[in-house]
Design a protein around this ligand. Sequence first.
Ligand code: GRG
Ligand code: ZN
Length: 314
Amino acid sequence: MAELAADQHVRYIVTVEKKKDSFESLVMEHIRLNGAYWGLTTLDLLHKLHAVDAAEVVDWIMSCYHPESGGFAGNVGHDPHVLYTLSAVQVLCLFDRLDVLDVDKVAGYVAGLQNEDGSFSGDIWGEVDTRFSYIALCTLSLLHRLHKIDVRKAVDFVVSCKNMDGGFGAMPGGESHAGQIFCCVGALAITGSLHHIDRDLLGWWLCERQCKDGGLNGRPEKLADVCYSWWVLSSLIMIDRVHWIDKEKLTKFILNCQDKENGGISDRPDNAVDIYHTYFGVAGLSLMEYPGVKPMDPAYALPLDVVNRIFLKN
Ligand code: GRG
Ligand code: ZN
């Protein structure tokens, strides 16, 4: 079987970060804080977080902070959104630097986005999605501030997005999609509410995502894509049904999506690599206990040692 080209992936991530005028950094401009989380978490999973200057990263993260609202933007000078606020908190967790935050202010920003029905908006413009429920719960839990919101209502809203097939959508009545399922299962795991899930029914839907080529898709009839290795496997682990997947075939699929010369992983074999699929490929391998890759926490989407440091400290 092909092997993980770990050194090449590290080189690819470190150079993407520096090539500010490349095509990839142009299209990623507005979501750089997410990109930083994907790239830096991958480095940490490969035991190479020290390849970047921690102080420089922390300074840049804080330059995306909006002290008036308490939220983080995707890049310097952009508007704050929960999507980037979670990435900022996660990256600070990687470096064990939550001390730079005004934790109550950041938690207040996230808590302020909860709606009357328990759902969360992504920012002041009000779009509601179960992605934002997960993000809010994950961020507040990492900051030890879950008590700032109505957790019961938050859970009720997520449960109201559950479908007959056992999966979850973005809103009540929304189609089941592996990405949203990760968010809803993660939200329920973080709040100790997994009893709302029919594990066999959802596990069946999730393991049917494995295609003939070994890769996983996000919905019936769709093509396999490396990123679903994370969305699907993490969900299966949280509901204790990961043994329903053929790990060897999935590992082969991910490894076949590598650019072994220049580093990086693509969504499917022979496509162009990007930092997002590089992260989800390595994260998927981590969930399958691939040698040399740190184990990851399926709910917090961070290396297990980082999550343990946070919850064993207080
Ligand atoms: C900390 C890991 C982590 C996540 C934060 C933003 C977020 C929370 C979760 C996103 C979940 C989600 C909806 C993922 C799906 C992304 C994706 C590949 C969407 C593409 O969907 P389609 O329908 O493509 O356009 P397919 O694959 O179905 O053809
Ligand atoms: Zn993808």
